[in-house]
Design a protein around this ligand. Structure first.
Ligand SMILES: [Zn+2]
Length: 468
């Protein structure tokens, strides 16, 4: 399949005969691609209009839904043919739309949404539907851009929410043509084995052959499962219902390389039996207190809770964690996963990098949150964005927590007090584990834990930890 599509000179993507006024949306996308300086928000001049219609017009909204709602966009097997071909063009009825122009249009929408036109989220009726439509193309184009860089598990995650397969094994088999570097030829499709067996085999093979444990970070932090699998095997059939959350979570797994909790140690594993895997590592901590799930309380109340949990850390009963930064800066750094949203045109869609921001940036963020009226992003400037974006990304699907030793943490929503924190060889981030039968552990998910993300406390005496 890979060879066929790589040799194709042009791929015509047939989206069907069209619907009423389908040419409107194709022209709108074309305009969006050709006039990227035009604002998408109709109240900001100059704004993008087509025959007097803007993004709020029902015909445009319906058209976007129909265009990106075509089954071509939701099938697993079309991803490879699209990404591997050199040139492609969408065809609807007799209307042709070049892929590059459509791509530029979609890119322009996200560029404006993240910056000047962020108020679309609150001002534009049905905005969530528009976002859902356009993110379909953004997801696939993002992989084109990073194909040489991203891991195979990342590609699986990128499409598991949006691409369907009749046979669930194809959720991974349908992506194998995109494997690059050390991920090539590790997984061999085997339709004689069940979906569960294939997923387990793929997880172990990826760990064995590549040696980082990134794949464990692809276990959805919200803990959803459709299949009966060992806890260390991601369920690639699970899709998140909330697209905003899913994109934020994907951003987290796309930036794991910023951390180095295991100090470059490579994964060391032993297969005990099917369903039991031993990984070298060290259990270092225990969760003591957990806060609310983000989104379950108001923004203000959520932040209040973070501050009060952090204050508990300063109790005389606890060993305060010694960090080099002032306490206030330390608190805010944890809130943002010690990441900064640094926008640089050369870095395109991979904006984050590690840096401890000055306290004044956090204070701006604090002020912004304190008058934050609703879910709208009005008034957000670049400085607020530099802290707000990482906060959203590190907290997606996570609860704020305090450990027994007084560390502040972001842990998967399913974490409970008593769960332990482990650093595993090959894991750039720590993992929350739960003790189960026979001293074996289940994996709850990965985490951000204050003061251990750069290998500060990794010792030499690692032992095998058995996971089920
Ligand atoms: Zn704009």
């Amino acid at each position: 399949m890979r060879d066929i599509y790589e040799r194709a000179w042009n791929v015509v993507i047939w989206l069907g005969q069209g619907w009423d006024n389908f040419h409107l949306v194709m022209r709108y996308l074309e305009q969006m691609g050709q006039n990227q300086s035009f604002h998408i928000h109709p109240a900001i001049n100059p704004s993008l209009q087509l025959d007097g219609r803007d993004i709020t017009a029902p015909e445009i909204q319906k058209g976007l839904k129909m265009f990106f709602g075509s089954s071509w966009w939701t099938r697993v097997w079309t991803v490879q043919e699209y990404l591997l071909s050199r040139r492609s063009v969408f065809q609807c009825g007799r209307y042709l739309l070049d892929r590059n122009v459509a791509r530029q249009g979609v890119q322009s929408y996200f560029h404006h949404l993240e910056r000047c036109c962020s108020a679309l989220r609150s001002d534009c009726p049905n905005h969530n539907d528009i976002f859902k439509s356009l993110i379909v193309m953004e997801n696939v184009e993002y992989i084109r851009l990073l194909l040489q860089d991203v891991s195979l598990p990342y590609i699986f995650s990128q499409f598991r929410n949006t691409r369907d397969a009749t046979d669930m094994r194809d959720k991974i088999f349908g992506m194998l043509g995109l494997a690059r570097g050390q991920y090539q030829n590790i997984i061999r499709p085997n339709y004689l084995l069940s979906t569960e067996q294939n997923f387990e085999l793929a997880t172990v093979e990826i760990m064995k052959n590549t040696r980082p444990l990134e794949i464990l970070s692809h276990i959805p932090v919200a803990g959803e499962r459709n299949l009966s699998l060992p806890s260390y095997v991601p369920d690639w059939t699970v899709s998140a219902k909330d697209d905003y959350y899913y994109t934020d979570w994907l951003n987290w797994v796309g930036h794991l390389h910023l951390y180095n909790a295991c100090k470059d140690e490579v994964a060391d594993l032993e297969i005990i039996e099917p369903g039991v895997l031993a990984l070298k590592g060290s259990v270092i901590e225990e969760i003591d207190l957990v806060g609310s799930v983000p989104g379950s309380v108001s923004y203000g109340a959520f932040l209040e809770e973070l501050i009060s949990l952090a204050a508990i850390c300063k109790d005389a009963n606890r060993d305060p964690i010694v960090v080099d930064w002032a306490p206030k800066t330390a608190f805010w750094s944890v809130i943002c996963g010690t990441m900064e949203n640094y926008l640089d045109s050369d870095r395109d869609n991979r904006p984050f990098y590690r840096r401890i921001l000055p306290l004044s940036s956090f204070e701006r963020f604090d002020k912004w949150i304190s008058w934050y009226p609703s879910n709208s992003a009005i008034g957000m400037d670049a400085e607020v964005l530099s802290t707000h974006r990482p906060f959203i990304v590190v907290s997606a699907g996570r609860k704020f927590a305090v450990t027994k030793k007084g560390r502040l943490a972001w842990c998967p929503v399913k974490s409970n007090p008593g769960d332990v924190i482990a650093i595993l060889a090959g894991g750039s981030v720590p993992f929350v584990l739960r003790i189960g039968d026979n001293g074996r552990y289940t994996v709850v998910g990965d985490a951000y834990i204050q003061g251990i993300m750069d290998g500060e406390i990794l010792t030499d005496d690692l032992e095998f930890i058995e996971l089920i």
